[in-house]
Design a protein around this ligand. Structure first.
Ligand SMILES: [Cu+2]
Length: 256
């Protein structure tokens, strides 16, 4: 109920109020740093794309996103999803109900549920996933920049470090009228009070370990090594992803 209210309110807010500068913090403690990156690919044929990097130091993460081609002037909910096959849906194969869109729920077997909400201020937990009033807004050219450092749970940090996180950017303007409404794609399968345009994924990128640059650990040439382990892990998680998808649908049914 809280989420639905927040999201609906956000849709009515003037966009100027939504823009908020993410605080930059440079006081990172010493210690091991894991760097991950991804090339963001479009979903739902809306031409969005870009790059994202995640820097992990203990439980402190710094997330940067540079994207273009997003619906201009609109907030885009961004999340790190964890617990699927650590991949992005491949094209329209995931469009289970054949409505011409891969919905957030339809993509979950690939990328899993939301683990981190990339808000510009306030909480970053999964419970803030629909807080559109705290999400980054694409400029008039459809360009979106995001940069924030925050803390995550130990389990989440570990799984990000293991290459399990997938960045998903939501929000498409299917109707092409410059707003999220029910005309373009109907109701969201996450929350019926929200237009599907606001929650359908626009782009996606699977965050994997970046090649070491300028820091020779003496273990050179191991950059490709995690791949085999990750494939095994991915296979093991297929069953989990199925269970998550079923649980998600039951949750949605219970809400209506
Ligand atoms: Cu998401």
């Amino acid at each position: 109920m809280h989420k639905a209210t927040a999201a609906t309110t956000a849709l009515a807010l003037p966009m100027g109020l939504v823009l908020a500068a993410a605080p930059a913090r440079a006081d990172a403690p010493a210690g091991d740093t894991t760097a991950l990156h991804t090339q963001i690919q479009p979903l739902n044929e809306h031409g969005a794309g870009g790059t994202s990097t995640v820097e992990l130091r203990g439980t402190r993460v710094t997330v940067q996103v540079h994207a273009t081609g997003l619906a201009p002037g609109l907030p885009h909910a961004q999340h790190l999803h964890i617990g699927g096959r650590n991949t992005c849906p491949s094209g329209m194969d995931s469009d289970e109900n054949g409505d011409g869109f891969v919905s957030t729920v339809e993509g979950m077997p690939s990328y899993g549920p939301e683990a981190v909400s990339l808000t510009t201020e306030g909480g970053t937990g999964a419970e803030h996933k629909l807080a559109l009033e705290h999400m980054a807004v694409a400029d008039e050219d459809g360009k979106l920049e995001y940069h924030r450092t925050f803390e995550v749970d130990e389990d989440v940090a570990e799984r990000i470090g293991d290459g399990e996180a997938v960045l998903v950017q939501r929000g498409i303007d299917a109707g092409g009228d410059g707003s999220y409404d029910f005309n373009g794609a109907g109701r969201s399968d996450l929350d019926e009070s929200v237009p599907a345009e606001a929650t359908h994924p626009a782009a996606c990128g699977s965050l994997t370990a970046a090649p070491e640059s300028g820091m020779d650990t003496g273990l050179g040439g191991t950059a490709g090594a995690p791949t085999a382990a990750m494939i095994g892990l991915g296979a093991a998680l297929v069953t989990v992803a199925g269970a998550v998808a079923v649980a998600g649908r039951q949750l949605l049914r219970a809400r209506t």
